[in-house]
Design a protein around this ligand. Structure first.
Ligand code: A3P
Length: 296
């Protein structure tokens, strides 16, 4: 069974300039040669920035009414395949995408911008990027690694935070990831850059902005329904969006839908850690116009 296949945590190694585990590099040739279609929509994020949330919103916007059975029987990670993932017992991300029969295809990636298959840019695909402030992102990633057997062992919080600052994380440094897509947006106009904090503050407004970017004329009452159905509590209860159907996560350690808040970092960072983090952050952040909120 899957649990015996996954009896130990994977090692991290250097790969194309970032840290990786084999689950995201095993199919590299097919990932790099992936053929995008012009109407594909790429959902790109650093892990734990709100990927599932925005994936679900997009899925509801496109398929919420036309395919009701999709909503009750297909988990979100199969509706919106994770392009570079090769997980035990299920088809590869590339295979899952190529098996999609609906249009547009919604595709998830955590790859930093320089490793995104070039076909997406050549086809001028729409890209939705979600970014989350570094402190909450680090906390969320820590709990995720604790409960998810395909991730490396996170160790204790203090060591983990140091690794986060050093960029020794699966999918590379948070700093380069958020800045990389931010810089890309300056020259690639089909990229919509969103913030997790804005989504928590006013989901309806963010859904409206998404619709204008995507060119959708979804009626107000439909948008309101989507806002309601994609609320944290609703997604936590919903078996198709809460990841309870995937065998690699141990919810008794920490649930996938954990807190969904802005500012939970305050429950984790010591005063000393926070000072050190802020100082390092100023040195690391290369994009002066990219501003995050650590509370709302
Ligand atoms: P926390 O661990 O802080 O709770 P991803 O989907 O990129 O893996 O991100 C997961 C994070 O987004 C988790 O953060 C999860 O709780 C949060 N999240 C998922 N759906 C959400 C929603 N509808 N509202 C608020 N937060 C949500």
């Amino acid at each position: 069974d899957v649990s015996s296949m996954l009896s130990s945590r994977p090692e991290m190694f250097d790969f194309e300039g970032i840290s990786m585990v084999h689950y995201f590099t095993d199919d590299w040739e097919n990932v790099q040669n992936f053929q995008a279609r012009p109407d594909d929509i790429l959902i790109a994020t650093y892990p734990k920035a709100g990927t599932t949330w925005v994936s679900y919103i997009l899925d509801l916007l496109y398929f919420g009414n036309t395919a009701p059975e999709r909503q009750t029987s297909i988990p979100i990670y199969l509706r919106v395949p994770f392009l570079e993932a090769v997980f035990p017992k299920i088809p590869t991300g590339v295979e899952l995408v190529n098996n999609l029969s609906t249009t547009p295809r919604l595709i998830k990636t955590h790859l930093p911008v320089q490793l995104v298959p070039k076909s997406f840019w050549e086809q001028n695909c729409k890209v939705v990027y979600v970014a989350r402030n570094a402190k909450d992102n680090a906390v969320s990633y820590f709990h995720f690694e604790r409960m998810n057997i395909i991730q490396p062992n996170p160790g204790d919080w203090n060591n983990y935070l140091q690794k986060f600052m050093d960029g020794k994380m699966v999918f590379g440094p948070w700093y380069d990831h958020v800045c990389g897509y931010w810089e890309k947006k300056q020259t690639y106009s089909n990229l919509h850059y969103m913030f997790f904090e804005d989504m928590v503050e006013n989901t309806a407004r963010e859904v409206e902005h998404l619709c204008s970017f995507l060119g959708l004329t979804t009626p107000t009452e439909e948008r309101e329904k989507i806002t309601k159905n994609s609320h944290f509590d609703a997604m936590k209860q919903n078996k198709m969006t809460n990841y309870s159907t995937i065998p690699i996560m141990n919810f008794s350690i920490s649930p996938f839908m954990r807190k969904g808040k802005v500012g939970d970092w305050k429950n984790h960072f010591t005063v000393a850690q926070n000072e050190q983090f802020d100082k390092h952050y100023k040195e690391k952040m290369k994009s002066p116009t990219l501003k995050f909120r650590t509370q709302i």
